[in-house]
Design a protein around this ligand. Structure first.
Ligand code: AMP
Ligand code: MG
Length: 426
């Protein structure tokens, strides 16, 4: 039997050639999914000032003690303050300032009584909207300091708010904006060159001649690159001849990572392998997985002496996508500064028998659904590595270990959730 490399060994060898790229100051809105390369401290308290959490009346708690429906406390309204404005008066004993959510607390006040606990709406019923209330009755004793957000409640000045290494999600972008930061230092996104190879390939949008097929892989790979945070650079299609391949590959050497599709099996026209061996080096090309066995990894030398890591994905569209997920995705995430590149795996009950008889790790396209709090998985249909629509029907990949020959209905399997399919699982 031919010697196949284990997925673990292949992945370890490959990831050894990738590290986080340089850090770069980047507008916060562009950093979604990137990793912080700096600690972020608060330059000021958040919120920056004491402010109201409710629409209501800023009062002195001591004035309202004992207030109840049958014993209302009456206060003189001496002013009003909205968010974004400063109070013009302080609250003296026996007075109140009408205050809106987010408005700074007036001096002297320590508590906000919400409108609901006053006769504000009853008074309003018999008034024109332009009229001003002069007195307010409080029907309920507030707890002291109620409905006041103190400066620094969220973050204290000088505090470490976001640590280097933090993954940036929408909430982190909001936190950075709250701290007044327009840009943050993040590991830059890798530019990933993508080259399709094959005499049979035609760009979508062009007429299809006899014997030809459309290039699917450039587009699925580019989208996978983007999905995991890289910047795809489409290098087009190279015909199966050494000169064209070399030329197109050389245009990809300004990127951080070059991915080619097809040309890595043992066919007569499988030139990518030859080029890698001659113009760079090749580390492995037969991995114990299905689909996706013919995979190449190595590097090519750019004009400036840089070594550009190169991955040769299999030509069959499903193999190409699955091999990308298992190998290229973690490599890209490592360049982005991620420490953990493992995927979300769930446990599901298998609904049909799945056979795995060739000693490889089998990634079976699956439809996972949830019933009564339990996940169930079934195959999408025929598992030929050319059937890309069955990848499109899948929301997960059942992982059958190398040494398991068959799994029966009712048995549990591990399922990798496909990126972007999380919402299809419910
Ligand atoms: P190869 O690895 O070149 O032997 O290709 C294996 C299979 O994948 C063949 O059927 C090719 O036609 C197909 N294939 C190769 N590249 C692509 C591509 N970019 N898009 C769709 N199918 C492809
Ligand atoms: Mg080919």
């Amino acid at each position: 039997m031919e010697a196949l490399m284990s997925m673990e060994e292949a992945l370890e060898r490959m990831l050894g050639h990738f590290r986080a790229l340089e850090a770069k100051d980047t507008p916060i809105l562009e950093t979604l999914g990137q990793v912080l390369a700096e600690d972020i401290y608060a330059a000021f308290d958040v919120p920056p000032m004491d402010n109201s959490a409710m629409d209501g009346y800023a009062v002195r708690a001591s004035d309202t003690s004992g207030a109840a429906a049958e014993f209302p406390v009456s206060l003189d309204i001496i002013g009003q303050v909205a968010a974004g404005h400063l109070p013009e008066v302080g609250v003296e004993p026996g007075t109140a300032v009408r205050i809106m959510t987010g408005a700074p607390m007036p001096g002297g006040a320590d508590t906000v009584v919400p409108f609901e606990d006053t006769d504000e709406s009853q008074q309003r019923e018999s008034m024109l909207t332009s009229e001003r209330l002069s007195k307010i009755r409080v029907f309920k004793e507030p707890t002291a300091a109620a409905n006041v957000r103190r400066s620094g409640d969220d973050v204290r000045q000088g505090a470490l708010v976001l640590k280097a290494g933090t993954l940036i999600r929408p909430s982190e972008i909001g936190v950075m904006a709250t701290l007044g930061l327009a840009a943050a230092r993040v590991y830059r996104r890798p530019r990933v060159g993508i080259l399709a190879t094959g005499d049979e390939l035609v760009e979508p949008g062009q007429p299809l001649g006899p014997g030809q097929i459309y290039d699917a892989n450039s587009y699925s790979i580019a989208s996978q690159v983007r999905q995991c945070g890289g910047e795809p650079v489409l290098l087009g299609i190279a015909k199966d001849n050494i000169d064209e391949l070399l030329l197109k590959i050389s245009t990809g050497l300004s990127t951080d990572f070059l991915i080619t599709s097809a040309g890595v099996s043992t066919g007569e026209y499988d030139l990518v392998k030859d080029i890698l061996t001659k113009h760079g080096w090749m580390d492995f090309w037969r991995v114990r997985m299905r689909p996706g066995k013919p995979i190449a990894f190595g590097s090519l030398k750019a004009g400036d002496g840089r070594e550009i890591p190169h991955m040769g994905l299999p030509g069959n569209p499903v193999s190409s996508m699955i091999a990308f997920e298992q190998f290229a995705r973690p490599a890209i995430m490592k360049m982005l500064g991620y420490k953990d590149t493992t995927r979300l795996v769930i446990s599901a009950v298998l609904e049909q028998r799945v056979v795995n008889d060739d000693g490889r790790r089998f990634f079976a396209r699956a439809i996972v659904s949830k019933r009564d709090g339990e996940y169930y998985a079934r195959l999408t249909g025929p598992q030929g590595s050319n059937i890309l629509t069955s990848m499109s029907r899948a929301n997960g990949l059942i992982v059958i270990p190398e040494d398991v020959q068959a799994v029966n209905p009712g048995e549990r399997v591990q399922v990798q959730v496909l990126a972007g399919s999380e919402d299809l699982l419910t």
